[in-house]
Design a binder for this molecule. Structure first.
Ligand SMILES: Nc1nc2c(ncn2[C@@H]2O[C@H](COP(=O)(O)OP(=O)(O)OP(=O)(O)O)[C@@H](O)[C@H]2O)c(=O)[nH]1
Ligand SMILES: [Mg+2]
Length: 365
């Protein structure tokens, strides 16, 4: 019996040699489902046998967590040190950093935790180097920064696909697909739009590959077979990502232009020369999607000097959780002024979504 890895490699070879077109898309879809199912089994087995090693757990602190991911020697530790004033070891050889080194970036009242981790490489998702542990830490982050050496720009695709192999999806939302398993009646597919990359038969066959023989499926957007598989397995982590090309001091302006046109990085910097670091801070803050709210005590003026930082469209519940662990159990109601309130001082409950610059007054029992 071939191992899961061997079976996956065989199936991947099969996809690579198949011309993708209307006639083969059903077959290719099924092969992709088989691969995903094998990966799921592999994950389950890895979990049962202990999972990632120790020394790699970091407690999340601050208003958001950013992780620096990249091949060895791309400048991750250098960037951490500039952003946070830490002293993570920097050296010209690969695998300088061997565990997770946290730092704190203070920016516009936000405290952003930045994690420097060992370099990963091709094959990380199947356990090469410390790849598995690194990718597990990544899953818990709120924003991923891919750090790429401008002289090896093609690595951006490799690193992204390693992360996707462990079930992380970047800069996209979970597709609008509902799958409700039913006791009998077979698979029923309802669509609110035209599917250009999938037909009903493929949807059914892919579901059956995951041992789902009876279900109501509602598809509300034009999805790919990969996205359908994501919805079936339903354990993907969706997170924003920034691609940072570092070491721009090593190329000419023309070379940099050509690289940018081909690979479309979000930002190019030279960590060593501290170039474009301010823009990088702005980008991190923006992509973490943070907002400020101001707290007010009953009968007093709001403190408009120091905001509380939280994720955009966070609820009153999320705000209470940030403040104190007892606030949820003691919560009576909140009064809100600002963009999320219908009128100033509106009485609102825990599930209410706040907006940037709201003023909130919490009433406890
Ligand atoms: N020329 C140039 N060199 C840089 C730049 N940033 C970092 N370096 C150098 O690249 C080498 C690797 O930097 P590190 O920060 O240790 O890289 P890393 O990604 O943390 O490496 P690992 O921990 O081994 O994965 C060091 O010699 C740095 O001085 C840059 O902007 N330009
Ligand atoms: Mg390092």
């Amino acid at each position: 019996m071939p191992t899961y890895e061997e079976q996956i490699a065989d199936l991947e070879r099969e996809i690579n040699k198949t011309q993708y077109n209307k006639a083969t898309q059903h077959h290719v879809g099924l092969v992709k489902a088989k691969i995903a199912h094998l990966r799921e089994k592999m994950e389950a087995r890895a979990k049962a046998s202990g999972g990632p090693g120790d020394g790699f757990q970091v407690r999340k602190t601050g208003d958001g967590t950013v992780i620096l991911i990249g091949f060895p020697s791309t400048g991750k530790s250098t960037i951490l040190n500039i952003l946070c004033g830490t002293e993570s070891e920097v050296a010209a050889y690969a695998f300088t950093t061997l565990t997770v080194i946290p730092g704190m970036l203070n920016y516009r009242h936000a405290k952003i935790q930045v994690l420097d981790v060992p370099g990963v490489m091709r094959g990380a998702s199947t356990g090469r180097g410390r790849g598995k542990e690194v990718l597990a830490v990544m899953r818990n982050a709120d924003l991923c920064m891919f750090i790429v050496d401008v002289l090896r720009p093609q690595e951006i695709a490799v690193i992204r696909s390693e992360a996707e192999n462990v079930g992380i999806r970047f800069n996209t939302r979970r597709p609008d697909v509902r799958i409700k398993k039913t006791a009998r009646g077979g698979i029923k597919v309802a669509k609110t739009c035209k599917l250009t990359q999938l037909d009903d038969e493929t949807v059914k066959a892919v579901l059956k590959e995951f041992r789902i023989n009876s279900a109501d499926v509602v598809i509300r957007q034009d999805i790919t077979v990969e996205e359908l598989i994501d919805c079936i397995e339903d354990n993907r982590k969706y997170m924003p990502a920034i691609s940072v090309f570092n070491k721009t001091d090593l190329v000419t302006q023309e070379q940099l232009g050509a690289i940018q046109r081909k690979y479309h990085p979000d930002i190019c910097i030279s960590a060593q020369r501290k170039e474009h670091i301010d823009e990088l801070r702005v980008l991190i803050y923006d992509r973490l999607d943070l907002m400020s709210v101001y707290l007010k005590e009953p009968g007093k003026e709001a403190d408009m000097e120091v905001p509380l930082i939280m994720f955009r469209s966070g609820t009153i519940r999320a705000l209470c959780e940030k403040l104190h662990k007892d606030f949820i159990s003691k919560f009576k109601f909140a009064r809100v002024w600002g963009r999320s309130a219908k009128f100033g001082g509106q009485k609102l409950m825990l599930s209410h979504k706040l907006k940037d610059s709201d003023v909130v007054e919490i009433h406890l029992k």
